[in-house]
Ligand binder design. Structure first.
Ligand SMILES: [Zn+2]
Length: 134
């Protein structure tokens, strides 16, 4: 057996959980290299194993999940606050406008990393028609 099989830079080892790697912003194959080069921009490839991230296309998926989750959390929090304490409107603005921005930015990175690692894990790609052998 050569060292190539045991080398994590070459192996597709089964030890990487797509959920852990995605939420940590790590490579879906090795779980070590960074997935992002900026806050939301993808790196061109893994710095550890060299996996090319050109396959990654999360599309609008992360934004949809973030809008639904953050919107629900903030609206429900605003409703509960209004019913329990009836604060003036400026308190609502001071509380919920920053909350929706911060929550959206935090959740967007997590959701994008998670959807990309799940895309890699499940080998999801754009559908094609199989027209049989020519
Ligand atoms: Zn990697």
């Amino acid at each position: 057996m050569t060292s190539q099989v045991m080398d994590p830079k070459v192996s597709d080892g089964p030890a990487v959980s797509p959920y852990v790697a995605g939420l940590r912003g790590r490579c879906p194959r090795c779980g070590m290299g960074k997935l992002f080069s900026g806050y939301l921009g993808l790196a061109p490839r893994c710095t550890n194993c060299g996996l090319d991230y050109s396959f990654a296309d999360s599309g609008d998926g992360p934004a949809v999940f973030v809008m639904l989750i953050a919107g629900f959390v903030v609206v429900m929090s605003a409703l509960v606050t209004e019913v329990l304490w009836r604060p003036p409107y400026w308190v609502h603005a001071a509380l919920w406008l920053p909350a929706i921005v911060i929550l959206s930015l935090v959740l967007l990175r997590l959701a994008k990393g998670l959807l990309i690692t799940l895309q890699y894990h499940h080998k999801a790609e754009e559908g094609r028609l199989d027209r049989g052998a020519p």
